[in-house]
Write a protein that binds this ligand. Structure first.
Ligand SMILES: *Cc1c(COP(=O)(O)O)cnc(C)c1O
Length: 454
């Protein structure tokens, strides 16, 4: 990186005077300067000094077709000329009708109704409230507990934080949160050496089975991130777990909430991560890639059966009286429609198969690395976990902040990799070129070497 220019210095100082950044100990910026970004194009972000960076993490997993995408940009611009916003209570508009039809079309068959919000956490809140409210409406008000998997993440608002299990974000606020049941999942990192995946999943599922069997009368729903726990260090598990979970939820009369906010829209190789398990949840939460990373929008899809339990005369007070000011914003819907049109026209899921293979071949360079505890990949998500001792999988003490060293190195090589603790991951926009994949993984290896040194 070049020395900061005067423009950058000025922007950084003015930023720090008034902007409080997300997920950040602001004092860190005494050492690591904020990087003001002037423009984006495709996989590239460019700062005010002309330095370019490959956005190898899709700007927190939202960007799927690149920055300054013509199709999406034009669709939003067109929509601004027509209708920027109207309240969705009592009113409707074409973008939301088209979008709802298309979402119902591409998600599993039983999902027929779309309820909108404007960010992922809010979608999770909607699904929790709807699940609880459903049981109340059908005369089972005791069903009000939620079951979540260890190491899961569902957002930052208090309800969403309650059903998450990442200590870094949750512990401080524990006394404010809902009481939930946390169950070990089938995280492939914890498999015994030599154990078969199928056996492992069956073994781990017994915890869920026991919980449901014992507490189902007070359980409203189980919430999971299908296949990949993204904020939980990109830990991955086999689809078989979801198949077992769907069957158990049916058996014990408990809802299944699939939080596909990060994994939906092709991230795991299929359009939705539930597909390989061949299941349909009772609630599916979507956001992030939904608008191609352009505008905040989220949606909860659910079944007619659930919808019907709310459908009654007003006086029964069964209606779902939840709203957000920007629910179903037309500009965001236009961005989502443009995003879906790109999926369709480019045959993205098929085209991604080559990129997934390229990542896989390239990622093998880490297999024998003495400081990598696991190399994992599910579709367009690749991660390596840095450890002090490979055999024992001893983690580096978190205080050493080795991920940060990797981040700095990658940035100096013009790659934006923002690790999760000791885990470096690669989750690129789908328009990335094969040669750029090679480059990112090469730099990632260097970054690991720098980070684990002494
Ligand atoms: C990002 C994320 C959320 C929260 O979405 P926000 O838009 O950041 O509120 C919820 N669940 C999962 C799985 C996520 O990755």
């Amino acid at each position: 990186m070049k020395e900061n220019s005067l423009v950058t210095d000025d922007l950084v100082a003015r930023d720090l005077a008034h902007v409080w950044h997300p997920c950040t100990q602001m004092k860190d910026h005494e050492q690591f300067p904020i990087i003001p970004i002037a423009r984006g194009q495709g996989v590239w972000l460019e700062d005010f000094d002309g330095n370019k960076y490959i956005d190898a993490i899709s700007s927190w997993w939202v960007n799927i077709f690149g920055h300054a995408n013509q199709t999406i940009g034009a669709a939003i611009a067109k929509q601004t000329q027509q209708l920027e916003h109207v309240l969705l209570a009592g009113f409707s508009h074409q973008p939301i009708i088209h979008l709802s039809e298309q979402l119902v079309e591409i998600t599993p068959e039983p999902l027929q109704k779309c309820f909108y919000a404007d960010n992922g956490s809010s979608a999770v809140e909607v699904s929790l409230k709807m699940s609880f409210h459903y049981w109340k409406n059908i005369g089972k008000p005791k069903k009000k507990k939620f079951v979540t998997l260890q190491n899961s993440y569902h957002g930052e608002t208090l309800g969403a934080l309650s059903v998450g299990d990442v200590a870094l974000y949750k512990d401080t606020y524990k006394s404010l949160l809902l009481d939930v049941i946390t169950v070990p999942g089938a995280d492939s990192y914890n498999m015994e050496p030599g154990e078969q995946t199928e056996d492992y999943v069956l073994r781990m599922f017994t915890y869920m089975e026991e919980t449901l069997s014992e507490h189902h009368e007070e359980i409203s729903a189980v919430i999971v991130e299908p296949l990949v726990q993204c904020a939980g260090s990109m830990r991955m598990y086999d689809a078989k777990y979801l198949t077992l979970l769907r069957a158990a939820c049916d058996k014990y009369n408990v809802h299944l909430i699939a939080d596909e906010i990060a994994v939906g829209f092709g991230r795991t190789g299929t359009m939705f991560a539930c597909e390989p398990a061949n299941i349909s949840p009772d609630f599916m939460c979507l956001s992030k890639g939904l608008t191609g990373g352009y505008l905040p929008l989220s949606v909860v899809l659910t079944t007619n059966q659930i919808y019907d339990a709310f459908y009654d005369d007003y006086e029964t007070m069964r209606g779902f009286l939840h709203s957000h000011s920007y629910t179903g914003n037309p500009l965001a819907c236009a961005a989502a429609l443009a995003t879906l049109s790109i999926f369709h026209n480019r045959d993205t899921i098929q085209r991604n198969k080559n990129l997934i293979q390229r990542i896989k071949e390239n990622g093998q360079r880490f297999e024998n690395h003495p400081n990598i505890g696991q190399v994992r990949q599910t579709g367009m998500i690749f991660a390596v976990e840095m450890v002090e001792d490979k055999a024992a999988k001893t983690p580096h003490p978190w205080q050493q902040r080795r991920g940060l060293k990797a981040y700095k190195h990658a940035l100096s090589k013009h790659i934006l990799l923002r690790p999760l603790g000791n885990v470096l991951y690669f989750m690129p926009p789908y328009i990335i070129e094969p040669e750029q994949i090679d480059l990112v993984l090469e730099v990632m290896e260097e970054a690991v070497n720098v980070a684990v040194a002494n």
